[in-house]
Design a binder for this molecule. Structure first.
Ligand SMILES: NC(=O)c1ccc[n+]([C@@H]2O[C@H](COP(=O)([O-])OP(=O)(O)OC[C@H]3O[C@@H](n4cnc5c(N)ncnc54)[C@H](OP(=O)(O)O)[C@@H]3O)[C@@H](O)[C@H]2O)c1
Length: 330
């Protein structure tokens, strides 16, 4: 039996739907009863018998910080998709990020070993790829450099990956995907798109790797079903600048507004201001120097490796953005 952690999240929900298309109904973890509704709604919109299919899911209530709840969720499990994580770029969330993402993954891999799980598919991130200042393009082989400061989220996902590799050394079959920013209806990045729709007109000149949700889920299932193991795959279709993405969002909502480049100096002023506010005890800070560097980083991520392992082509990012911003367009 398959276990999907984070089944109520963006990637988890889409994975559950893709598995249901193959008539596979895993054990799914949830935290809040109301979040199951997201899967119910997706099933009902995708399948004529969506309600019956939804009822076949076995739900287990789990918090990654609560080992006993995880232990119970593993009963009868043979394969694990670990999608659950906390996503935040805020410095104030550092501790929570490590607890949920790194320590929670350590619990998961220990339980995989204890229960002789046949394979673990871990959803990591391009945030945990290495950074070689001398390279313009990074990939799965770029070494992690401890001298380069990273966001708290990146440290937590890198730490989680280390736990997965540790379990691999101890005999667990694993495969890891490292997606870029995942596009699709209800994706976490939609919050940023909504801010743009509501008047945010600043951009930073850095580039990011993007990928379409169906491509991520397709690769995850293929990797789980294959004999491929002890490999990680950056999943990036194309690298787009912040400016191009904001322009695409504005075009989709028929706005032709001018957008303004935010300077590094401005963001450093905000960083200093936040320190001051935090010292006064008014608000814990959001910005880190590492986040500012990321927003100005023009390096690209190469997501081609996966194509030499499975028969696969990425969906274009123009099409993915169109379908995220206007879900009925394709
Ligand atoms: N979205 C992206 O662009 C992107 C890009 C690269 C990598 N990733 C990775 O992909 C994975 C899934 O991301 P997503 O986009 O689906 O995020 P999401 O929509 O925020 O979903 C996160 C899931 O994790 C669950 N979760 C959070 N804290 C938990 C805890 N303490 N215990 C148990 N479950 C917990 C959430 O449950 P609730 O529903 O109860 O909150 C939710 O089901 C994450 O590992 C993320 O790092 C995402």
């Amino acid at each position: 039996m398959i276990l999907v952690t984070g089944a109520t999240g963006f990637i988890g929900t889409n994975l559950m739907c893709a598995l249901a298309e193959k008539d596979v109904y895993p054990v799914a973890t949830y935290r809040h009863e109301s979040n199951k509704d997201k899967i119910a709604a997706l099933f009902i919109s995708k399948f004529s018998d969506g309600k019956e299919r939804f009822d076949k899911i076995i739900w287990r209530k789990v918090d990654l910080r609560n080992f006993p709840s995880l232990n119970e969720a593993f009963e009868g499990i043979t394969h694990v998709y670990h999608c659950a994580a906390f996503i935040s770029m805020a410095f104030r969330d550092s501790q929570k990020l490590l607890e949920i993402n790194q320590k929670g993954t350590a619990y998961i891999v220990d339980l995989c070993l204890k229960n002789n799980i046949e394979k673990l598919l871990y959803v990591s991130s391009i945030a945990s790829l290495g950074t070689d200042p001398n390279l313009n393009t990074i990939d799965e082989n770029t070494p992690w450099d401890n001298n380069v400061d990273k966001t708290p989220y990146a440290y937590s996902k890198y730490g989680a990956e280390m736990e997965v590799w540790r379990a691999n050394q101890e005999g667990l079959d694993v495969a890891i995907v490292n997606p870029g920013i995942v596009l699709g209806p209800n994706s976490p990045i939609e919050k940023t798109f909504n801010r743009v729709k509501n008047g945010l007109r600043f951009y930073t000149p850095g580039r990011s790797g993007y990928v379409w949700i169906d491509d991520v889920v397709f690769v995850m299932i293929k990797l789980m079903e294959s004999k491929i193991k002890a490999e990680r795959f950056a999943l990036v279709a194309e690298n787009w600048s912040g400016k191009s993405v904001i322009q695409a969002v504005l075009k989709a909502c028929n706005k032709n507004d001018k957008i303004i480049k935010a300077s590094k100096g401005l963001l450093y002023c905000l960083w200093v201001f936040e320190h001051f506010i935090q010292l006064l005890g008014l608000r814990k800070r959001f910005f880190t120097k590492a986040l500012i560097s990321t927003l100005f980083d023009k390096r690209t991520v190469n997501g081609e490796k996966i194509k030499s392992y499975i028969d696969f082509e990425y969906t274009s990012i123009a099409k993915s953005l169109e379908n995220t911003l206007n879900p009925k367009s394709i």
